[in-house]
Design a protein around this ligand. Structure first.
Ligand code: PAF
Length: 281
């Protein structure tokens, strides 16, 4: 496994691999890797000749400097984990390498980023598009892999890829969960044992709500999830929206779309957790 820090070096290695007819897969990450990321890497490895993983905490997607500061950084551990799952190239640049000057590009994402994460974290998805479009440009992968936990992010990246006319596939990989049901996340590292146990109520409520969709109207299921999660002292729902899985716009009735997803964000103490459930697809 090669660890590369400069864009020019990365491009040289990729160019040689492509000249040799190799198929390239890319897994963008911000490090602090866990089993969820490793699942993406294994899938990338299975589907491609060369698996490139980027590890870069992208400053432009944080609208809160404290969150950026607190984001866990574990580069040595990340490298060891990536080596263990057969990653070929790790791209670990410094911020100055990716942003030698401020990126002033504004991505028009239509209605997709006006709701949920886009509404709560203004500018977040624009920052995601800035960095992911740069990574796509450096690597020019045949395919790139993203976790379904960040459901809206995948929709944003699909739109950006289409709008920029990029010739690559975006693969969405299902959420990997702890045995307890808690969705794996780098932020879980910041939870105490008690908070981790409390946070299990989020996935539990989502799973149970799926069983209610045949017997309860959508608005009641939505309220039930919010009330059930909020009934745990340590948890506070920021939003729970039931949306169309492509457009991210609210759905009023279970019959209004063929693809329905419930997306939730919950504060557990100071840690902001996200999760989702696919009701229909
Ligand atoms: O999902 C993430 O970890 C990040 O948003 C991504 C896609 C790596 C861009 O920085």
């Amino acid at each position: 496994m090669e660890i590369v820090r400069k864009i020019a070096d990365l491009q040289d290695i990729i160019a040689e691999a492509k000249n040799n007819g190799k198929r390239i897969g890319l897994v963008p990450t911000m490090g602090a890797l866990h089993e969820g990321h490793l699942t993406l890497v294994r899938r990338c490895k299975e589907d491609n000749d060369i698996c490139v993983v980027s590890v870069f905490v992208n400053p432009t997607q944080f609208n809160n400097p404290v969150d950026l500061d607190k984001y866990p950084r574990t580069p040595e551990k990340d490298s060891a984990l990536l080596e263990s799952v057969g990653c070929d190239i790790v791209f670990m640049p410094e911020a100055e390498e990716v942003y030698p000057e401020p990126d002033t590009r504004i991505f028009d994402l239509g209605e997709i980023d006006k709701v949920m994460e886009g509404k709560m974290r203004p500018g977040h998805f624009n920052g995601v598009c800035q960095v992911v479009s740069k990574l796509f440009d450096y690597v020019k992968p045949h395919v790139s892999y993203f976790g379904e936990k960040d459901f809206q992010q995948v929709a944003v990246i699909r739109k950006m890829t289409k709008d920029l006319g990029l010739d690559l596939d975006i693969v969405q990989v299902p959420i990997v969960r702890e045995e307890s049901g808690l969705a794996m996340s780098s932020r879980n590292m910041r939870l105490s044992e008690k908070e981790k146990a409390d946070a299990v109520a989020i996935s539990k409520a989502l799973f149970e709500s799926k069983e209610k969709m045949n017997i309860m109207p959508l608005s009641e299921v939505r309220q039930w999830v919010i009330d059930t999660v909020n009934s745990v002292d340590a948890l506070e729902v920021e939003y729970f929206d039931i949306v169309d899985g492509d457009t991210m716009q609210d759905v009023e009735n279970w019959n209004d779309s063929q693809y329905i997803v419930g997306c939730i964000t919950v504060y557990c103490g100071e840690v902001r957790l996200i999760d989702n459930i696919i009701y229909k697809n």
